[in-house]
Design a protein around this ligand. Structure first.
Ligand SMILES: NC(=O)c1ccc[n+]([C@@H]2O[C@H](COP(=O)([O-])OP(=O)(O)OC[C@H]3O[C@@H](n4cnc5c(N)ncnc54)[C@H](OP(=O)(O)O)[C@@H]3O)[C@@H](O)[C@H]2O)c1
Length: 349
């Protein structure tokens, strides 16, 4: 493993140089990999592995739009596309990529079909770490491993297609065969990872649940709504409020952060902006720190997973989520967003 310093702290990261795709193919030569679930991660990881020459089959509940999508993507019923149960029986590596709530529901059907020596693979520590809630306690005679791409399944596939990749974290929870680590790294590279960062199931799930509820999604949307509303309340037009809250961030500033860090973005804004942002950053940090403290506790105590399992375990979970997203889409702020996006210079005909 190569050593890299992160903010002065050294960590070991697996690179493509030490674990190239040829090595991954060799490790997985005699394996059949079943990707269970064709939602967001399932298609991306399955298609990337198929394109990388790995023997992949897909397991998906029948009579669902996800099944139809799998057919459209070239998976063939009875050959490479099966029910979740049949795919499990045919495979030596089982990638459990149904939704986290779906993993709880399906576990009683999957568990008895796992062969001794199989690898049970997750892309989230959720089911295993919160086993008291999910009931997912793997048998002792299988490897239990994790590769969690640090991005949406959409980016996993898009980055693969454009020749780059996505970074993932990886962990081994149980090594029955003595091959768990090499299987994990091989699968990590085969699904299209660039670099593989070591973690544990626990650390992956605690940080991931905090991140998506916090800065990555929940806090992001909440902060944007709060600023947009203040601007509107004070008489600014909706396009102005949207431009100053979202558009300038996504079209310019966050790209500079991605390129070269926060100070680089600051340095490329006016000195007026820098002075104000440096002064206000501390107040925002203090204001939200207690909320992040609550959030982390809510993750650690299992309250967040309890909510997810209750909400997403119902038959109509998709409609309910879509209803909430629709309300967001139809709010003034995001309708303004659609209009502003249409006026991006790149959309000039
Ligand atoms: N989304 C991401 O980009 C992402 C990123 C990193 C890690 N992960 C992890 O990857 C795993 C898969 O997540 P995902 O977002 O790809 O999943 P998802 O889109 O939420 O899951 C949809 C898949 O799960 C199936 N499913 C849901 N409930 C089911 C049930 N009760 N019985 C049988 N099948 C059921 C769906 O089938 P139907 O369509 O037929 O209902 C569909 O195939 C999770 O552990 C997640 O935390 C996801």
């Amino acid at each position: 493993m190569a050593k890299f310093a992160f903010g002065g702290v050294e960590e070991e990261v697996v690179t493509r140089e030490e674990f190239p795709l040829e090595k991954a193919r060799e490790v997985l030569r005699d394996e059949v990999v079943a990707v269970l679930g064709y939602g967001v991660q399932g298609p991306a990881q399955a298609l990337n592995m198929r394109d990388n020459g790995i023997k992949v089959i897909v397991g998906q509940k029948t009579g669902s739009s996800s099944w139809d999508r799998a057919v459209t993507d070239g998976w063939i019923e009875g050959k490479t596309l099966f029910t979740l149960e049949d795919a499990t029986e045919r495979a030596t590596v089982i990638q459990f990529l149904v939704s986290d709530a779906g993993q709880k529901t399906m576990w009683p059907a999957i568990k008895p079909r796992l062969k001794s020596g199989a690898a049970l693979y997750f892309s989230h520590g959720f089911a295993v770490v919160y086993r008291d809630q999910t009931g997912v306690v793997p048998p002792g005679d299988v490897d239990v491993i994790l590769v969690a791409p640090k991005g949406s399944g959409r980016s996993v596939r898009a980055n693969f297609l454009n020749g780059s990749g996505i970074n993932s974290s990886y962990a081994v929870h149980q090594d029955y065969t003595g091959r768990a680590l090499e299987r994990t790294l091989a699968l990590g590279m085969a699904v299209g990872s660039g670099y593989l960062f070591p973690t544990t199931f626990e650390n992956e799930v605690y940080s991931d649940l905090t991140g998506e509820r916090g800065v990555l999604m929940g806090a992001l949307a909440g902060m944007m709504e709060a600023q947009y509303e203040i601007l509107r309340k004070n008489g600014h037009s909706s396009s102005e409020a949207f431009n100053e809250t979202v558009e300038e961030l996504t079209q310019s500033l966050i790209r500079l952060v991605a390129q070269n860090g926060m100070d680089w973005m600051y340095a490329n804004c006016s000195t007026t902006a820098q002075r104000g942002a440096l002064d206000w950053k501390g107040r925002f940090r203090e204001a939200v720190a207690p909320v992040f403290e609550d959030l982390y506790q809510s993750v650690r105590t299992g309250e967040e997973t309890r909510i997810v399992l209750a909400a997403n375990g119902t038959a109509d979970y998709k409609e309910k989520l879509e209803g909430e997203l629709k309300r967001m889409r139809e709010s003034e702020m995001w309708r303004a967003g659609a209009a502003v996006r249409a006026l991006r210079p790149e959309n000039w005909k």
